[in-house]
Design a protein around this ligand. Structure first.
Ligand SMILES: Cc1cc2nc3c(=O)[nH]c(=O)nc-3n(C[C@H](O)[C@H](O)[C@H](O)COP(=O)(O)OP(=O)(O)OC[C@H]3O[C@@H](n4cnc5c(N)ncnc54)[C@H](O)[C@@H]3O)c2cc1C
Length: 385
């Protein structure tokens, strides 16, 4: 029980809560003409200029030290920022991974030269990163990673393949989990993390189209890619521990709760209107909100643990598993609600948004770690396995 016992419910400090005002002012202007079915893409939607604008306003790298171009603020400030961006469905996909986990990873494990080289452009919204963990036969079972970096006189020679790499086609760098010694039978031992410049010769990025028609993830092939020796990030052979710590950043944020929030808001606006208002719809809205509210409190509690310098790996798995269940419930419940009424009265924009979210919802409980795997981690954290 120890991991979950150490989680304390907490409030967002007022100085961080105050950040909502300028962010909302900015987003009210910026997002006012963007239709809901586009906003529903949010952290899957990319707009480099939008990311640069956030960078100019000091809203990227908010928790990173000022000496590297960051904001020097607490994780609570970042929570407020991210919550607002998601609620508005802002197109944050370009900088999302770099801001959320690559820069904190480089800060924690990188050399001084790596920090100075990589972090400032991330904070300016000029350098985008992707996560190279999954491979065709290593998704849930990451210890089976076969992409290999072999030591050479010049540095490392990289060969292998990654898959489902979000936004690789728009990114400058990948932080890849690779084998630097041993074989797949050695499981966690012999894995390391390296930073790959995706413009190097021998790198091929092939986008994959999903069932909604969008292109947001890719296959990435490495064929004799020559990397410098400083491509290694952290200690050789410690990739597994580093990746585990990184996943706490990846799984704990409000993005694991708000993937259907634009749809929910659009539907709420409809049921507030005269043709949409029925007692069943109002009850459903209450049921959904009653699930979102405690999960939001849990998310903030995890943020509190990050603020204290903790690495809430099990707690983050819990937030992600429960959060994605609500994210998936929302489109299904709204579809059911709309099905039970005269469809001609339903606004077209709401139907378009529902259509998109319904198509992508199955991936909510896959991306960032599949449900069964997270439940195994939670059971271990509770001492049940
Ligand atoms: C939209 C999207 C974006 C993604 N972006 C990235 C990215 O940027 N970078 C990246 O590296 N990866 C990314 N992924 C990959 C994602 O992390 C994997 O899909 C996920 O970890 C599952 O791996 P898999 O697809 O190989 O499925 P598998 O591991 O084959 O799992 C298939 C099913 O079997 C279950 N299962 C597997 N093993 C067990 C077990 N031991 N016990 C019980 N059940 C089990 C799983 O829960 C799942 O339901 C993305 C995926 C999606 C859908």
């Amino acid at each position: 029980m120890s991991a979950l016992n150490s989680l304390t419910l907490t409030a967002i400090p007022s100085e961080d809560e105050a950040l909502r005002v300028p962010i909302r002012e900015f987003l009210t202007q910026k997002m006012k003409d963007v239709p809901a079915c586009v906003r529903a893409r949010s952290w899957s939607g990319c707009d480099m200029n939008f990311s640069r604008e956030l960078g100019r306003r000091g809203w990227l790298g908010l928790t990173l030290p000022k000496e590297y171009g960051g904001g020097g603020r607490s994780p609570f400030a970042r929570y407020v920022l991210v919550e607002e961006l998601l609620n508005w469905g802002a197109p944050v996909g370009s900088h999302w991974v770099a801001d959320r986990q690559s820069a904190p990873l480089i800060l924690k494990y990188g050399t001084e030269a790596q920090k100075q080289f990589y972090i400032p452009p991330i904070c300016r919204g000029e350098s985008f990163f992707c996560i190279g963990m999954s491979e065709p036969n290593a998704g849930s079972d990451l210890a089976n990673v076969r992409t290999r970096a072999t030591k050479t006189e010049q540095g490392w020679l990289l060969n292998g393949q990654k898959i489902w790499t979000t936004n690789a086609h728009n990114c400058h760098y990948m932080i890849a989990l690779v084998r630097t010694s041993g074989t797949a039978d050695d499981r966690h031992r012999g894995l390391s993390q390296i930073i790959v410049d995706l413009n190097l010769p021998g790198v091929t990025v092939r986008p994959i189209r999903d069932q909604s028609g969008d292109v947001h993830f890719c296959e990435v092939f490495f064929e004799n890619v020559q990397l410098a020796s400083d491509a290694l990030i952290g200690a050789e052979g410690r990739g597994w521990e580093q990746v585990t710590a990184e996943l706490a950043f990846e799984r704990s944020g409000p993005e694991r709760l708000y993937s259907s929030i634009v749809l929910f808001d659009e539907w709420l606006a409809f049921i507030r209107s005269e043709p949409g208002n029925t007692p069943e719809s109002v009850r459903l809205a209450g049921r959904i909100l009653a699930q979102i509210a405690p999960l939001r409190a849990l998310c903030i509690a995890v943020t509190g643990k990050l603020a204290q310098g903790g690495s809430p790996v099990v707690e983050a798995a819990l937030v992600k598993d429960l959060g994605t269940a609500v994210e998936q419930l929302i489109p299904a419940a709204i579809a059911n609600d709309l099905y039970c009424r005269d469809t001609q009265a339903v606004p077209f924009e709401l139907l378009l948004t529902l259509n998109y979210v319904t198509q992508v919802a199955p991936c909510f409980s896959l991306r960032g770690g599949a449900r069964d795997i997270l439940r195994g981690m939670i059971a271990r954290g509770l001492g049940l396995r």
